[in-house]
Write a new protein. Sequence first.
Length: 120
Amino acid sequence: MGNLDFAHNAGFSWYCLLLMFSGIAMLVTSVLRYQTLQRRVLRAILGVGFFCYGFYLTFVFSGGHYALSSRPLSCRCCCLSTRSAPRRRGAGCASRPSRRSLPEAAAAWQASRGRTGEAT
């Protein structure tokens, strides 16, 4: 069945299967409504790309040399790892500091370190 040969090239076989699986997973997550339209489109495009690349490596690729890169793996992990619930405005963490302007934040930081705004 194509390049799926777990006896001789188990790493490559698993890489091909995981590419296709992650492409399908990204397509499934792209239809969830809690994310922005841009993120859904990006996930759908990347999902189709990963699935097609895995399909190509499994059934079409006939070369004898290949190189596995960790960049596609890290990209898939970043795109698949998201919050499971939508973020609501005003529903932030209680320990999150309030949004201040840069000078106010700098003055608060200096005050917490025991410094004043005067030059020494």
